[in-house]
Ligand binder design. Structure first.
Ligand code: ATP
Ligand code: MG
Length: 396
């Protein structure tokens, strides 16, 4: 029996005039997600999206991949059969055999997009229901709260018998909201922040600051692995790895110890912005959450924000660690995040960081770095120039 996947759009329905371009982006994203498993064809008809697996594509794999595509409210597998009750009735019992065996109650739901079909919807329901009851005598009909809803849909070219729908990833199709650049560490929060912004339709680039030899190659691989998980939902991510050692050492050597973290974060922002702009991003994304650590108090955030002239999106800002961890587990990043590799944020951490840094004093302290013999501007230029690009995809 030929099987296809039917897609129910999420918020898309609300987007009025943009609807067409949203749907085109969604269709492209679906194709891309399923490509590593052999690929699918996507087509639209009468406001429904149909996905047909190509020869050799396993439908289970395709459903799994597509369940991570943002912009989809629900998806269901369906059997495609000829448009006659002689074909539909036995196909319903064969296709939904296991579900019909497991259920105690059911109802039939008919949709008739082809108004020329000889039976009307209530007649399709009645005939199908009767046919099922004869063959599965343990079942009874319950129209209010059935265990199983059997959907028969008559369209222009074929009839479709639906499985129970599964929940889609929700959100908006990646690529409909522009690009943002994630500041990604090896921790728990920033991969979750990345996923949350992709869910709102943003394409992602990423910046990671590495400080070899204080940070190891394994720390870098960890970031690549984390983004690999995120890209199952977010699509391709361009990761820029910035050599940060020289700048970090300069900050350590010339700035007051209790201001190190905030100053370091300000330079991260300055560099991330240069890379973000080159990459076409309009905002930065970070995994900060108020009060989590010393550099995430309102005073510290004020100092970080002042280094930026593009918006910094902080989707986990009001979330508890537990809530963040729940998402990290769901998207598969948690087990990678807890692997113990040094992040550049954890080298040279002051024993007593200022929890209430004063912006004017931070800016004053940074002046030391601008002295001619240190020349922080030249260091920034060099760090940007020596940045390495890795493209993260789910392609095998
Ligand atoms: P995470 O769990 O994401 O590492 P965190 O709670 O450890 O976050 P910090 O280490 O203070 O918090 O970092 C706050 C944010 O700064 C991170 O969420 C991330 O967006 C950014 N960040 C930290 N370290 C790096 C790094 N090495 N490269 C790029 N961005 C970083
Ligand atoms: Mg961290």
């Amino acid at each position: 029996m030929k099987e296809i996947i039917l897609i129910k759009n999420g918020e898309l329905a609300l987007k009025g005039l943009n609807r067409r371009s949203f749907e085109e982006t969604l269709a492209r994203n679906i194709q891309r997600a399923a490509a590593p498993y052999g690929g699918v064809k996507v087509w639209r008809s009468q406001s429904t999206m149909f996905v047909t697996p190509l020869e050799g594509t396993d439908i289970e794999d395709a459903v799994e991949a597509i369940s991570k595509v943002f912009g989809i409210a629900a998806l269901s597998r369906a059997a495609e059969v000829p448009k006659s009750m002689e074909a539909i009735l036995p196909a319903v019992c064969e296709y939904l055999n296991d579900e019909l065996n497991d259920a105690k109650t059911f109802k039939v739901n008919a949709k008739r997009a082809d108004k020329k079909f000889p039976l009307k919807s209530p007649e399709i329901c009645a005939e199908t229901g009767e046919y099922i009851l004869e063959r599965f005598p343990h079942l009874s009909v319950d129209v209010h709260d059935p265990d199983l809803v059997v959907t028969v849909e008559i369209r222009d070219t074929s009839a479709y018998i639906h499985r129970q729908p599964i929940r889609g990833a929700g959100g908006l199709p990646v690529g409909t909201g522009g690009r943002a650049c994630v500041m990604i560490s090896g921790g728990i929060d920033s991969p979750v922040a990345s996923w949350m912004m992709a869910k709102r339709g943003l394409e992602l680039s990423a910046v990671n600051f590495a400080s070899p030899p204080y940070t190891s190659l394994r720390a870098e691989e960890k970031v690549v692995d984390l983004l690999g998980k995120v890209s199952e939902w977010a699509g391709e991510i361009r990761l820029h790895i910035v050599p940060f050692t020289e700048i970090q050492e300069a900050i350590r050597d010339y700035c007051p110890e209790d201001m190190l973290t905030v100053i370091m974060r300000r330079y991260m922002i300055k560099i991330a912005q240069i890379i973000a702009r080159k990459d076409g991003a309009l905002a930065l994304v970070s995994g900060e959450s108020v009060g989590q650590v010393a550099s995430q108090t309102l005073r510290a955030l004020e100092c970080t924000d002042a280094a930026a002239d593009m918006p910094i999106l902080r989707p986990v800002i009001g979330m508890d660690k537990e809530e963040i961890v729940t998402i990290a587990r769901k998207i598969g990043t948690f087990d990678i995040s807890i692997l113990p590799f040094e992040d550049c944020c954890t080298v040279f951490t002051p024993k007593h960081p200022k929890t209430r840094p004063v912006l004017a004093k931070i800016i004053e302290a940074e002046k030391a770095l601008e002295a001619e013999e240190i020349n922080i501007e030249a260091m920034i230029e060099k760090a940007v120039k020596d940045t390495r690009l890795t493209v993260i995809t789910t392609e095998k």
